[in-house]
Each structure stands twice: as structure tokens, then as C-alpha cells.
Ligand binder design. Sequence first.
Ligand code: ATP
Ligand code: MN
Length: 537
Amino acid sequence: MNSTTKAKSISLKEYGITSEKVSYQLSPDELHRITIEKGMGKAASSGALAVNTGEFTGRSPMDRFIVKDARTEDKIWWGDINIPFEPEAFDKLYDKVTAYLGDKEVFVRDSYVCADPAYKMNIRVINEYPWSNLFAYNMFLRPTEEELQGFDPEWVVVNAPGFMADAQIDGTRQHNFAILNFTKKIALVGGTGYTGEIKKGIFSALNFILPVDKNTLPMHCSANYGVNGDTAIFFGLSGTGKTTLSADANRKLIGDDEHGWTSENSIFNFEGGCYAKVIDLSAEKEPEIYGAIKKGAILENVIMDDKGVVDFADTSITQNTRVSYPIHHIENIMKPSYGDNPKNIFFLTADAFGVLPPISRLTPAQAAYHFISGYTAKVAGTEAGVVEPQPSFSACFGAPFMPLHPTKYAEMLSAKMKEAGVNVWLVNTGWTGGPYGVGKRMELKYTRAMINAAMNGDLGLYTYDDYHIHSVFGVAQPRSCPGVPDEVLSPRATWKDDAAYYKTAFKLTNAFRENFKKFEAFANEEIRRGGPQRYGF
Ligand code: ATP
Ligand code: MN
């Protein structure tokens, strides 16, 4: 790695930022060093930089806005997810944020998103903090020296964690905000140091731009590529295993979170890095991710001892402890980060009710139904001694990042799946043997074995001999799978009590039906029949 980058500076006057000290395109080593010098971070024993993101250790979806103007007015699915923001209020707040940055040292990073050259979009990230700028280096794609000559940024991210909005005056909900302006091509993030806002801000922008302007389907999924030239993609909400399961020593990683599926039969990564959860991380269970935590990586909100050794089990700051690193910290990667049409699609769900099969095969209609539903479950806190999982539905497995109506993405996905003749699997990476509190989390080695079997064609033919149709969910459950005990494949068999199993399954069924009501008018008969087959009481 070259750490001899000469200190460069650029003027930010065109953005209304008058800072005298503008540190442009610093190397990761320099940003690591400066962060520690400023007392904003510490080196972990692994060499990674450890920081605390402050008040926010996760995204704040209720503070995510989109400027409503001629470009967006008729296209965005406005509501609780895509909250409108007045253009004039945006301009005023932007001026305040840039004035705030004016008397500070700022860090600028030029980078781009979309690994396929035909879709490349240049972005400039302007940060108040050096470690946030290192995050941008890690997560976005890194231009070559040549590409930096005459670099023309299309989108700009202005990121001021120390700036606090005044909700009364600024039109925000509270002091933090993440606002997208599609006309001005600006993502304005303030009052929060959580780095995920930067990454998901640009993701949300692409989720509008790609389908609207480029006929490309944006997806909240990870992707990898096998020796047989087969691409696999993994959709799922937070914590369901996209990052974990895509990091597989035997397959080349394409990307861990955000991809586009083009009309030219290819899929490409939007990003240049990974952002992995590190709760309970171990070298034994997740060697690829563990090995990626070295100099250059940023650990967020972890607890270390005085030797810099991280205790990954310590969640005293947050359960959402994270690490970001450039994708080349993973050994087996696809270069550049794109591949052919997927052969297999996995919908990951962490079913805390413990009733969905650990793997099942979906018909095209079921696939559409589950994509629109976007089910996972949240495990409730143990406060009052009550441990009831909460079903959580998020359309397209990523509703908070989808500016358009979910059916727009669902229609594109259905068409592409049919065209590509892809196999679709529903994978429960959540609970087995009972719900959260009674059963336990599915063993990672079993989930990996099931996914490998699906990809290798080892789950047999789509016939009665090989599959059992689940009596409640209607999905096809394989009867056997190499490396996995037969009884693990049947959720009912892992429960002690049949009646309790069905009661819980029906409870989940009802939640699915209730949630689907808002999409019923948009779904055809075939898709509606893709839902659970038997209904609860
Ligand atoms: P995000 O969208 O927030 O990045 P993600 O889908 O990438 O979320 P992961 O970071 O992969 O989710 O998190 C999955 C977590 O669940 C990891 O901490 C992993 O160790 C744990 N886990 C436990 N059992 C399993 C399993 N059977 N399959 C997948 N993950 C599992
Ligand atoms: Mn992830």
C-alpha cells in the first residue's frame, strides 16, 4: 500500500464551504493516524481503528427525508418511509450546515459507486470527521490516480455529525437528519455520526436513479460467484445473514449489501467495501470477516481492553457493533465486482418464531409474495421478562431505502427472475426447536451446508420424493440435505409440541396476511396465492 500521498487541498467554495483547511483524498494510514491524534479513536490490537459513533449507533429512519420537488413529486412513494422535505427548507439547512463546516478542518474524498463502468456514478464526500472520511474510502469504490484527474463529482455527501438542527426552525423532526435532494444531487447528513447514514443515503439515491433513469433493478442483497460460474444473491433485512453468508471461502465475493441487476443480464456491486456486524464474531465461525479486521478497517462501538483486544461479546454500547473494510480485505473476491445473471436467489429471514423451514424452495408466485412481504422477526427485549418475538415486514427486504412504490421493484424482479430461470429459496437463519427464548438460533454451519447444497444442485428435483410441501406456508421443504440432520429440515420436528408449533405458525400466517393487505390491490391472483396456504384462527 502506498502511504506517500502528498498532502493535497482543494477549494470547497462552490459548495459554500469556506474552510481554510481542506484535507483532500488522504490515505487510509493518514486518516487512521489523524483520528488517533485528535483523540477520536484508538488502535485495536488487530491494527484496525476503533471509534465510537456517539449518540447514534444505528440509522434513524424517522429522520430520513427526501426533498419534494418537480423531479420527485410524482415518482416517490411518499409516507412514513419517504418523508417529504420542502426545497426552501433544504436550502436554508444546507447553508447552515456548510456555514458550520466553514470554520472547521474538513476531509474530502472523491470516490464512485457502481462497479460496472456503464453505471459508474462519481461522488464527493465532505466530512467533518477524519474517521467518517476513512469510512467513505472503505465503502465506496476507489478511483485510480488517472480517474482522479479532472474528477467531476455527480453527487455530493455533506456530513456534519457535530451540527445540531433546531427542529422548530429547520423543519426536521429532531436534531439529526439525513436528507436526499435529487435535483441538487446532495445527501445532507447532520447531527449523527453513524456512518451507515452515509452508505445508505447513497444507496437510497441509487434506488431511485437506477430504475427511473437506467432500467436497472437495485437490490438490498449480497452476492457471490462460484467456480462453476454461477452467481448467487442473498436478500434479507438487517441481521439475517447477507454479509455473513456471502463471505464464503469457496466462492468469490461480489459484494455484501447493495447490487444492481441490469437489463444486459449482469449484476454489479454498488460499493467497494463491506460493513459487517461483529456481535459475537469469532475466527472459527466467520474466518473471512475476522481476518478482514486489520489496519484500514474501522471498528464501531466495540469494547476493548487496555491492550486493544476487542471483546466481541460485549454489547454495552450497542448490539449493532460493526466493522467497515475495503472489499480487498477479503481474500476471495470477484474483480471487478460484477457477475452474470444469478442462478440462485436466497431470501434470508431470521424467524424468531422458529416456524419457517430452515430452507425451502419457492415458486415464482411465492417468490414475488415473499419479496413484497420482506419478512423477518425482531427479538423482543427481556425487560419485563416477556420474550415475544415481533414480526417485522419490510417490502423488498429494504423498505427504508426504497423511494419508489415496492411493487415497482417487485415487478422488475419478477420479470428478471422469469427471464433468467432462477431458483429461489427461502432460508430461515433464525430460530429452531421453538421460538426465541425456547429454541436456539440455527447453527451457521447448517445454514451454510443448506445454501451450498442448493447451489450445487444437491437438494434433488422439485418433486414429491425430494420435497415436502409445508402444510401452512405452502413452500417446498427438502427432505434431506448433505451435512444436515433430516430432523433439522422440518421445523415441526424440532419442536417438542405439535400443537404449539401450529399455533405459532398460524400466528405468523396472520401477521403475513395482515401486512399484505396494503399490497393486495397491486398484486395479481397468482401472487396472492403465493402467500401462506392455511390461515390461522
Ligand atoms: P445488515 O443489513 O445490517 O448488514 P446482514 O444481513 O448483513 O445485516 P449479518 O451482518 O450477516 O446480517 O448478520 C447476521 C448475524 O447473525 C451475524 O452476527 C451472524 O454471526 C449471526 N448468525 C447466527 N446464526 C446464523 C445463521 N445460521 N446464518 C446467518 N447468520 C447467523
Ligand atoms: Mn451486512
